[in-house]
Design a protein around this ligand. Structure first.
Ligand SMILES: [Zn+2]
Length: 264
C-alpha cells in the first residue's frame, strides 16, 4: 500500500476517538490528542523505512527515517549476533528485507519504544521535566499507527507474516499496491477511507445538534464498536476479487472533479 493511503486510512481510523475530546471544551486535552495524532501519523509511515527506495516517511519525517535506518540495522545485528536465532528457536532468519522484522509485531514494539525514548530524551533536555502521560500517548500513538500499517498491508497481495520471525502466519488480501491492469485502479482504498470518515461526520453532526454529549458513558464503546465493524468490513472485502473494485482511472478522476464542484 502507498504511503499516502496508509496515512489517510490510519488518520480516519483514529479521528473518531479525538472528535469527542475536541467537543469536550477542555483545553487541557488539546496537547495530548495533538501529540497522539502526530504519533499515529508518524507510526503509520514508519514500517516502510525498510522498503529500499525513498518512502513517504523520507519526505515528510526525514528525522524519523534517519533514526529508523540504523535502528533497523541494529535490530538485525542484535538478532544475528546475540544468538537469538538459536535461543528463541526462530523459524525465519532476520535479515535486511522489505516487510521483514520492521513489518512484524515485535519490530513495531521495539521501534515504538526506541522512538518514544528518543522523543522523551529530547523533551527532557529542553524542558528539564518529563510528563509521563504525554510519553504514554506518544508511545501508544506510534505503536497503534504502526499496528494499523500492518493491518493495512495485510489487505494487500504480499500480506504480512504476523508471527515473524517466530513462525509463519501470513495474512493477505487481494489488493495490489500497483494496478495489475493499465488504466485501472483498485477503488477499495478510496472506499475504506470514505467509510471510516462517515463515523467522524456522524460524530461531528451528533455533537453539533446536541444528540450526543461528551460525558455519555456509551460514547467510547460505541466508537470502538463502529471502528471495529468498519475494519472487519475492510479485512473481509480485501480478500474478495469482484470486477467492481477495478475502475477506470479516468472515471475516478471525473468523479473526484464533480465531487469537488459540489463541495464548492
Ligand atoms: Zn508497509
Amino acid at each position: 500500500m502507498l504511503g499516502r493511503e496508509h496515512l489517510s486510512i490510519s488518520v480516519a481510523t483514529v479521528i473518531p476517538f479525538i472528535v469527542p475530546l475536541v467537543f469536550s471544551g477542555n483545553v487541557e486535552y488539546q496537547l495530548y490528542y495533538i501529540a497522539f495524532l502526530i504519533s499515529v501519523i508518524v507510526g503509520s509511515l514508519t514500517p516502510d523505512a525498510d522498503c529500499g527506495g525513498k518512502p513517504k516517511l523520507y519526505y515528510d519525517f526525514k528525522i524519523v527515517y534517519d533514526i529508523m535506518i540504523p535502528l533497523q540495522k541494529a535490530v538485525i545485528i542484535g538478532f544475528k549476533n546475540l544468538s537469538l536465532n538459536y535461543e528463541l528457536n526462530l523459524e525465519h532468519e532476520v535479515n535486511n528485507r522489505h516487510r521483514g522484522i520492521m513489518h512484524s509485531p515485535i519490530g513495531i514494539l521495539i521501534s515504538s519504544l526506541i522512538l518514544t525514548l528518543i522523543v522523551s530524551a529530547v523533551v527532557f533536555l529542553i524542558y528539564q521535566k518529563i510528563n509521563m502521560l504525554m510519553v504514554s500517548f506518544v508511545f501508544i500513538g506510534l505503536l497503534f499507527g504502526q499496528f494499523l500499517h500492518l493491518l493495512e498491508d495485510s489487505c494487500t497481495v504480499t500480506g504480512i507474516n504476523w508471527k515473524f520471525p517466530f513462525g509463519t502466519k501470513l495474512i493477505n488480501g487481494k489488493i495490489y499496491t500497483f494496478p495489475k491492469e493499465k488504466g485501472k485502479k483498485d477503488i477499495r482504498t478510496i472506499i475504506y477511507q470514505q467509510v471510516l470518515w462517515i463515523i467522524t461526520v456522524l460524530l461531528v453532526l451528533g455533537f453539533l445538534f446536541d444528540i450526543i454529549a461528551f460525558n455519555q458513558l456509551t460514547l467510547y464503546p460505541l466508537i470502538v464498536v463502529s471502528v471495529t465493524f468498519v475494519w472487519i468490513f475492510i479485512i473481509a472485502t480485501s480478500r474478495t476479487d469482484y470486477g467492481f473494485w477495478y475502475q477506470d482511472v479516468k472515471k475516478i478522476k471525473a468523479a473526484k472533479k464533480t465531487a469537488r464542484k459540489f463541495s464548492k
